[in-house]
Design a protein. Structure first.
Length: 120
C-alpha cells in the first residue's frame, strides 16, 4: 500500500509539473492597444489641457499633481463616471475607452479647472 501511495504521489506531481510547463509555454497576453498621455496638474491647471484620442481605443491619462495651490485634487470625467483623487506628487493612471467622436470634458470636482479629450 505504501508503494502505491508513492506512485500516486509521483504521478500527481508529474501531472502538475506538466500542467505548469504547458501554461508557461503560452504567450503572455498583450496589453490593450491604446494611447498613454503623461499629464501634470500645476498652478496653471491640467497640462496638457487638450489630449488627442481615437474612438474605441483605450486612453490612459497618467496624471501627477505637482502643486498644493490648486482645486484640481481629483479628476472628474462625467461622461465616463470617473472621479479619481490626485494625491500630491504621485502619478495616478486613469483609463477609459472613448465610445464616440467629439470632445470629452474633464475637470476638477468644482468644474473650475479642466480640459478636453478630442476623440477622432
Amino acid at each position: 500500500m505504501r508503494a502505491s501511495a508513492h506512485l500516486l504521489a509521483a504521478a500527481l506531481l508529474l501531472a502538475f509539473a506538466g500542467a505548469a510547463c504547458a501554461d508557461s509555454a503560452k504567450p503572455a497576453a498583450k496589453p490593450a492597444a491604446g494611447t498613454t498621455v503623461a499629464m501634470k496638474v500645476t498652478s496653471s491647471g491640467f497640462e496638457p489641457a487638450t489630449v488627442q484620442a481615437r474612438k474605441g481605443e483605450p486612453l490612459t491619462l497618467v496624471i501627477t499633481r505637482t502643486t498644493e495651490k490648486t482645486c484640481a485634487t481629483e479628476i472628474v470625467v462625467k461622461d465616463y463616471g470617473i472621479n479619481t483623487p490626485l494625491p500630491l506628487d504621485k502619478p495616478v493612471s486613469v483609463t477609459f475607452t472613448p465610445a464616440r467622436s467629439g470632445q470629452v470634458k474633464f475637470a476638477c470636482a468644482m468644474d473650475m479647472i479642466g480640459g478636453v479629450v478630442v476623440v477622432q
